[in-house]
Write a protein that binds this ligand. Structure first.
Ligand SMILES: NC(=O)c1ccc[n+]([C@@H]2O[C@H](COP(=O)([O-])OP(=O)(O)OC[C@H]3O[C@@H](n4cnc5c(N)ncnc54)[C@H](OP(=O)(O)O)[C@@H]3O)[C@@H](O)[C@H]2O)c1
Length: 260
């Protein structure tokens, strides 16, 4: 715990922190003694989470309502921070569920803005200071959906593939500066977003948000990618290495057709 704090502290920025996995990351980081900067759109949720964490952990917390799709506003906020961000956790995602032909151009652009542009540019912004300090960490949330084509969430899944591949590249580049990078390729997580979308029983290997946050942060510094949960690791072995691409896509199709 102490080592984690000295390597990735004193402040962590959690982008997409108001509920679900982002809130679980905030709690896990508070437990590890890091001060927090929390970002999401819903101010009241951030306020509630901050009060709750402050009551239980001796840390400082700043929170701010902003839309990560608006990069100018995000950049203005992050560059104006007077605190040193030693850890970035990019958790926010936009995941409209519908077939490509039915998704508007605006929605497609928003997937790119929230899931690709913002994590890319936030990684750039925070890594500049991390390079100077010769330490730090970057956690990018990816997904098992991003390891093959995923019908009904095709663009979202492709955006998650971007995060995984981007994280692997900068993992290699930034380690010489003492910075750890990881992509967390999670399977299903019982977050409000997942519960709203899932119409059937939970997928095999479904984990709660606390477990995913804990396992992801424990894996930071140990390699470029982590897949939280044993069942998910096995699933990825079959989907990514044993099955043909065609067969893996058809399995995804079978799972995602129940989402709405
Ligand atoms: N849930 C799963 O089954 C699952 C599986 C694999 C991977 N993942 C990944 O895990 C991460 C979290 O998933 P989740 O299910 O917890 O997502 P979620 O329920 O949709 O919550 C995402 C968080 O991001 C914030 N957010 C979303 N859009 C934002 C925006 N434009 N600006 C600022 N904040 C924004 C939300 O807060 P506000 O609404 O208050 O802004 C919320 O706090 C995502 O990256 C997702 O791809 C999830």
């Amino acid at each position: 715990m102490h080592e984690f704090k000295s390597k990735y502290g004193p402040w962590a920025l959690v982008a997409g922190a108001s509920e679900g996995l982002g809130a679980a990351f905030a709690e896990e980081l508070a437990k590890r003694g890091l001060n927090l900067v929390l970002i999401a759109r819903r101010l009241e949720k951030l306020e509630e989470l901050s009060n709750n964490l402050r009551d239980r952990y001796p840390i400082e917390i700043k929170y701010h309502s902003l839309d990560l799709a608006d990069f100018a506003e995000t950049k203005h906020f992050v560059t104006g921070l007077e605190t040193h961000i030693g850890l970035l956790v990019y958790n926010a995602a936009y995941a409209p569920i519908s077939y490509f032909e039915h998704i508007s151009e605006e929605s497609l652009i928003k997937i790119v803005d929230v899931n690709i542009k913002a994590p890319l540019l936030l990684s750039k912004l925070v890594s500049v200071k991390m390079i100077e300090k010769r330490k730090g960490g970057i956690v990018l949330m990816s997904s098992l959906a991003g390891t093959q084509g995923s019908p009904k969430i095709a663009t979202y899944a492709a955006s998650k593939a971007f995060n995984a591949i981007f994280a692997e590249g900068i993992w290699s580049e930034l380690k010489k500066h003492g910075i750890d990078v990881i992509a967390s390729c999670a399977g299903a997580i019982t977050t409000p977003g997942y519960i709203n979308a899932q119409n059937t029983k939970d997928a095999p290997g479904t984990l709660n948000a606390k477990k995913v946050a804990e396992k992801t942060l424990n894996a930071l510094g140990k390699g470029p990618t982590t897949i939280p949960g044993f069942t998910n690791k096995i699933a990825q072995f079959f989907m990514g290495r044993l099955f043909s691409r065609k067969f893996a896509i058809s399995i995804m199709d079978n799972n995602t057709k129940h989402l709405s």
